[in-house]
Design a protein around this ligand. Structure first.
Ligand code: MSP
Length: 622
């Protein structure tokens, strides 16, 4: 239900970052009104992930009423920067018109992994918000099609999302439903601020409206098809959904006045949108026209939404309503200042424009396709996350989505891929390593054995190590790569490249297996004191590696990581990232784990998966 001028909408250009036909559509939406909020009039600066994700003045600036155009970006108030500061992270709020699928889950898992990672770094209080987007024509029509009322449909679907996120161990702290009174109150206040700031005017509006995409589309994004009755009709090029000519009076937002300041702000804040191809994409959009936006619909056509304050003939555009969730969740208009402007949002590429033109600090991800096809109800290929979690286990499926999902490109889903990846990296490589290095046959005392400096002496240049100890140049190389892993992983998380962080960990796990295999500790004669020293050192190094992997994997596979760390007797307070050290004995420092009794053996770390059928959502679920 988001009226956007079809006559003046910009044509969509293919996006080089886009590997499939799902380029972000040229859709616009009205911006929020930070400049109208006294506490937000200062420029933004991000708190979390400071290097890559700085917010900036332009977000605030461009949202000021046109009469008060922005000042140049300034450095943020220190209250919003630096370690130990608050951060609001968010997932998009999900449309309550159908059950969750793996694409939704992916958005949520990315945000969850960032939230957990940040918590482990001891980075200060954080919140992870999520919820359901419950207003608009799309929901109104879905309810009619399901023979129910919008509130009933929303109640049911919102419950399914909450259940899916909980089941997937998404550590959300807040769940907003846009039908809640506290949210509606925030939206009304927000609208009033836009109006009072002089950003709204009433105008006549017409164009081709696409309900599933909740926006108007220009001719350049349409094509001709035949409908079910064989009559010619127009459909969206991107989604294939039919569009309808819509003409009405509604409120317009003076967006055009904000193009230049927004462009400047984005140029000054190149890390506001990650990854970079999406940032470039937004800059290109802004080189084109930025027309004023229609931000309301006639209430007679769209009763399911929040009425425009003091004009009950109009309903507020669903995107205005939805975006305000990032404020209402933190108590807008009263207490949001405790959390804003330090807010970062994870969004899929299809909704980038709705966010990025106005909202700073955006992490964008691509989509999941299924066997090379777009996932859609009409194609009947929607993948059910509940079934996947049931089949592949929670951690197995979380690992798969986060390890295999590449934000810059669409990723293709098929069941065999999950089984292969999870079996090889979690069950065989990681689980096998733990199993082998803690086996009673090799470590009968069931302790964290001692490290011997004479076997693995510290050297400045490992290429000249011949004859000094038992460790080879390859071992030194491997230990160096594990030592650099925590920093590498942190920087990949900061750059919203969780898949790369996992790739590095997987590589190190492989190297550790290589190290263990190379030295065949099971062949060493423990009656010989020299051999015993080397045997203990091999196990010590291996357990140190496992401890690092378990710690780093907590944001992604929380249950498996917990099991691994418990087996290594790592106490809860020893699992943070800020205090993570690796092989301190190599540097002549004490290792608190040395000599410690290992935790109980609770069995195989990760059971191998069996292949199963596909997990499509049954439409009868709704
Ligand atoms: N309600 C809006 C968001 C409003 S936020 C103020 C919406 N909802 S959605 O349910 O359609 O999508 C929610 C998220 O799921 C988006 O980030 C979207 O990109 C993501 N995905 C939907 N399909 C997807 C795939 N096939 N693959 C990966 N993510 C996908 O948009």
């Amino acid at each position: 239900m988001s009226p956007v001028s079809s006559r003046r909408s910009r044509p969509r250009r293919p996006d080089p970052a886009d590997s499939t036909a799902h380029a972000p559509p040229a859709r616009l939406f009205p911006p929020p009104h930070w400049p109208l909020l006294p506490r937000l009039r200062r420029p933004f600066r991000a708190v979390f992930l400071p290097r890559r994700l700085c917010g900036g003045a332009a977000a605030a600036a461009m949202l000021r009423p046109p009469r008060r155009l922005p000042r140049p970006p300034r450095r943020a108030a220190t209250a919003a920067t630096g370690p130990g500061r608050r951060l609001l992270l968010s997932t998009p709020i999900f449309y309550a018109n159908g059950p969750p699928h793996i694409g939704h889950l992916y958005s949520a898992l990315l945000a969850d992994a960032l939230h957990r990672h940040r918590g482990l770094r001891g980075a200060g209080p954080g919140r992870l918000s999520t919820g359901t987007d419950e207003h608009g024509l799309k929901i109104q029509q879905a309810a009619a099609a399901a023979g129910t009322s919008p509130p009933e449909l929303c109640q049911r679907v919102s419950g399914l999302f909450r259940q899916a996120l909980t089941q997937a161990a998404v550590s959300f702290t807040d769940f907003t439903r846009t039908s809640e009174p506290r949210h509606q109150r925030a939206v009304r206040h927000f609208w009033g601020a836009l109006r009072d700031g002089g950003s709204l005017y009433k105008g006549s509006y017409e164009g081709w409206y696409c309900t599933p995409e909740e926006c108007f589309l220009p001719e350049s994004q349409l094509t001709e098809r035949r409908d079910a009755q064989g009559r010619p009709c127009k459909v969206s090029l991107e989604s294939g959904h039919q569009v309808h000519w819509t003409k009405e009076e509604n409120y317009m937002f003076k967006l055009s006045a904000f193009r230049d300041p927004l462009q400047k702000w984005l140029q000054d804040n190149p890390h506001a949108i990650s990854p970079d191809p999406f940032y470039q994409c937004v800059l290109r959009w802004l080189e084109e026209d930025l027309p004023d936006l229609s931000v309301s619909r006639e209430r007679s056509r769209l009763p399911w939404g929040i009425p425009v304050p003091s004009d009950s003939t109009q309903t507020i555009y669903v995107w205005v309503d939805a975006l305000v969730n990032y404020l209402s969740v933190v108590g807008y208009p009263e207490t949001h200042g405790e959390w804003w402007p330090a807010a970062h949002h994870v969004v899929g590429k299809d909704i980038l424009k709705f966010h990025a033109v106005y909202w700073p600090r955006i992490f964008v991800h691509s989509h999941w396709t299924v066997h090379g096809q777009k996932m859609s109800k009409s194609l009947g290929n929607v993948i059910d996350p509940f079934a996947c979690i049931g089949q592949y286990t929670l951690d197995g499926f979380r690992y798969f989505l986060l390890r295999q999902g590449v934000p810059e490109r669409d990723c293709d889903y098929y069941d065999e891929k999950v089984v292969k990846l999870v079996n090889s990296e979690l069950a065989d490589a990681l689980g096998g390593l733990l199993n082998r290095s803690t086996a009673l046959s090799i470590n009968p005392s069931n302790t964290y054995p001692c490290f011997s400096e004479s076997c693995f002496p510290k050297v400045l240049d490992y290429r000249g190590t011949k004859g000094m100890g038992r460790a080879s140049a390859e071992d030194y190389e491997f230990v160096a790569s594990v030592a650099s892993l925590p920093l590498q992983v942190a920087s990949y998380f900061e750059g919203f490249q969780i898949y790369k962080a996992l790739e590095c960990i997987a590589l190190c796990v492989r190297q550790t297996n290589g190290f263990f295999q190379r030295h065949r500790p099971w062949k060493l004669d423990r009656k010989d004191p020299a051999e015993q020293l080397w045997l203990d050192t091999i196990i010590h190094v291996t357990l140190e590696c496992l401890r690092v992997y378990g710690t780093l994997l907590q944001p992604v596979i929380p249950h498996t990581a917990d099991k691994l760390l418990s087996r290594l007797a790592v106490e809860p307070e020893e699992r943070g990232l800020s205090s993570l050290t690796f092989l301190p004995r190599y540097h002549g420092k004490p290792c608190p784990f040395e000599g410690r009794q290992l935790g109980p053996d609770t069995g195989i770390l990760f059971h191998r998966l069996e292949k199963s059928g596909r997990h499509q959502i049954e439409t009868k679920k709704l």
